[in-house]
Design a protein. Structure first.
Length: 414
């Protein structure tokens, strides 16, 4: 007995059974192909129930004593190694949609929540085959029936279902969002991005994620991005790359999808009006470390001097500290404790250290150097916090007209 026969016996829909309709037995060919009623009843309510239920197999949850054939079908033994025991509810729904076919699946999909849809579509795209036994269990669980069953999933099946449900344009948009990497090398879409954009994309990620991404993109591109990073980040990421162990496909897929969504968001920002895009970029750069900020602006200035100059006007960089009025810096340093000054100069270039030490007395300079020796090593997060606070304070003073910066102010002072 094949799978269709099992379904027919299980649900009382054998292919030889005649339709008892008011139109009589002489219906045209088109009406014979098109069911006059849905092939499954209250399926959306059933799916909602399954979403709320545990992952127990339906043969334990929905016995049907009135139909011995159905009982036999529900109790089909599953292999202990079967993925059915490990499948999430979203993958079971995905397999159900594959089994009932594109047309019927397209009728169901619009009734699901966006969150459910976004989790189901990637599952459809990764389904290769569904065994007869597993199909029988899934159909029993959802109490559905479809005459012509397909047993293969894949990205094209997901695309066909989405196109039926939402149209080709919306389908393509949804596929790009929830299944961008199906069949493609992870992070491959990042190889075409500029190094500066890629650094912005990775900025708020952990060094572990940065190392994972860089290990999966073009080597030259990865090297360019590394060169834009701060020395401390660069050193840590290089060590992680050297010690990196194989990563599970599931983890790689999750990170890949998250980065793809971030990349799409950045792309949408790039499509906006030029000045708005610069404002957005400036706001992002303000949240980065001063070293990374300066490095990115310097690189952008090489390609587009006007853009670099405009961003410098919107931001406050290490160069601005070097060109800032010494008297103002002296006043602010007097308000800081020695340990905070140590954190401020930690990891900074020699020119920055020279500027800060030039704004304190020789006696305090000795105290700061002693504190630096005692306190080392320092937590990077603490140093970044002090640095960001100091730079934000100088930026506000400049914007309020209380700080003079050589090269920024148009007025000439004597």
């Amino acid at each position: 007995m094949n799978l269709n026969d099992l379904r027919a016996h299980a649900y009382g829909a054998a292919s030889g059974k005649e339709n008892d309709t008011s139109n009589g037995a002489h219906s045209n060919t088109e009406n014979e192909r098109t069911p006059q009623k849905p092939l499954f009843r209250d399926v959306n309510a059933q799916m909602d129930s399954i979403f709320r239920s545990s992952k127990k197999l339906s043969r334990e949850e929905h016995p049907n004593p009135s139909n011995s054939n159905a009982q036999t079908l529900i109790k089909v033994p599953a292999d202990e190694s079967s993925a059915q025991k490990k499948d999430s509810v979203y993958r079971r729904v995905a397999k159900f949609l594959v089994l009932i076919g594109v047309d019927e699946a397209a009728k169901i999909l619009p009734h699901l929540s966006p969150e459910q849809t976004e989790k189901i579509i990637p599952e459809i795209a990764t389904i290769r085959t569904i065994s007869d036994d597993e199909a029988a269990v899934i159909l029993a669980e959802f109490q559905g029936l479809y005459k012509h069953v397909t047993e293969k999933g894949g990205k094209e099946t997901a695309r066909a279902i989405l196109e039926k449900a939402y149209g080709s344009e919306k389908a393509e948009e949804m596929l790009k969002k929830v299944a961008p990497f199906s069949g493609a090398r992870p992070f491959d879409y990042l190889n075409d991005a500029k190094s500066e954009r890629l650094l912005l994309l990775l900025n708020d990620e952990s060094n572990a994620v940065k190392a994972l991404v860089l290990s999966n993109i073009d080597a030259k591109k990865a090297a360019d991005v590394l060169n834009l990073m701060t020395d401390s980040d660069k050193s840590d990421i290089v060590k992680r790359l050297a010690k990196m162990q194989p990563v599970s496909p599931e983890v790689l897929q999750r990170v890949d999808q998250a980065m793809h969504e971030k990349a799409l968001a950045l792309l949408e920002n790039d499509k906006s009006e030029s000045m708005d895009g610069r404002n957005a970029l400036a706001e992002i750069l303000k949240k980065m470390s001063p070293d990374a900020e300066s490095s990115i602006i310097s690189s952008l200035s090489d390609e587009d001097p006007e853009l670099g100059l405009d961003l410098r006007r919107r931001l406050f960089t290490i160069d601005d500290v070097l060109n800032a009025d010494d008297k103002f810096i002296q006043q602010k340093l007097r308000e800081m404790q020695n340990i905070d000054v140590v954190k401020l100069i930690a990891g900074k270039p020699d020119s920055f250290r020279k500027k800060i030490f030039g704004c304190v007395s020789s006696g305090r300079r000795a105290e700061i150097l002693e504190e630096e020796e005692i306190s080392s090593p320092l937590r990077k997060a603490d140093c970044d916090s002090i640095t960001n606070t100091f730079f934000s304070m100088l930026r506000r003073a400049y914007e309020d007209g209380n700080l003079i910066i050589k090269g920024r102010n148009d007025d000439v002072y004597v």
